[in-house]
Design a protein around this ligand. Sequence first.
Ligand code: UT7
Length: 331
Amino acid sequence: MKTKKSARIKITGTGMYVPEKVLTNKDLEKMVDTSDEWITTRSGIKERHITAPDETTADMAVIAGKRAVEDAGLTVKDIDLILVATSTPDTIFPSTATWVQKGLNADYAPAFDLSAGCTGFLYGMIVSEGLLLSGSAARVLLIGTECLSKITNWKDRNTCVLFGDGAAAAVLEKSGDESGMLSSYWKADGNLGELLILPGGGVLNPASHKTVDEGLHYLRMKGNEVFKHAVKRMGEAALMALKKAGIKREDIDYLIPHQANIRIIQATGRRLKLPEEKVFSNIHKYGNMSVATIPIGLHELKEEGKLKKGADIVMVAFGAGFTWAAVVYKW
Ligand code: UT7
């Protein structure tokens, strides 16, 4: 549904963090049988940021979260819900959100994780909208944080060239004006879960010497299958959310698609008939950071001064599950 002017939520602060270490395609050429040329033409990626050995998903989230709270002109004490979207939790339990709550020293703010693959930040916005409009929370700190380097098999060229680590956060509050979230669309299809999966470590394949020997603790992806579904579903979700918002394709100021592959990004832009300059991309410098790509994109566009008041933005994602979603947002 399109939300009424009096019943909208908006982003009042953003922040991001990427680890210091940069791994380039040239570095990867020395690690696996690949080339800068293959990675660039097939994915659009040139380099990615990788966490230090002792740096975690929660550590990145704490830094991004603090920056977003500060950007909103608030203190951590003002936050009354911490929602962390991730597929790479520090521990299966307790949730990464509670580690983040500890790191932020946000005493007693409720905190929980949301697992929806690369779509997690948009699912998180939709969940936050319900909680904010019902009055269950007044200021949500929504964080998308991912440490994929620690679940990557660095000997598997099919996957290790694609991913990077990073986090970004947004403070969400009720909107008092016409800016904010206009509409959303979200879907999932659990029948296709095996195509993008971390098979080991959960109760399906509890960690054992055998699961480690078989590499079940590494991310697995049937890349070309995922690719086809991503192209179809991202275009479809964006169009559905636009229809709900009553906004025409030609009126979009920016499309911020999940950054998994430049060819998926461009295909989604073409489906919406958008000129290249309206389709945001930063995949060349970060790779696929899963749930962190959309909030980092949003933060970078904002910092570059490109999000003028009243700008209409479409955010769209696809990921493990499968899950897919789109949000239309007036800046
Ligand atoms: O974020 C969640 C959603 N994720 C995605 O949306 C990712 C979707 N998938 C993709 O982005 C692409 O499918 C990939 C970038 C993963 C792969 O591109 P592709 O055009 O689908 O290539 P492919 O998997 O069909 O592989 C083509 C060839 C294969 O060789 P043969 O069998 O044709 O001889 C691969 O073995 O490329 C080979 N290959 C590589 N060669 C050099 C695969 N990885 C590499 C590599 N370097 N790193």
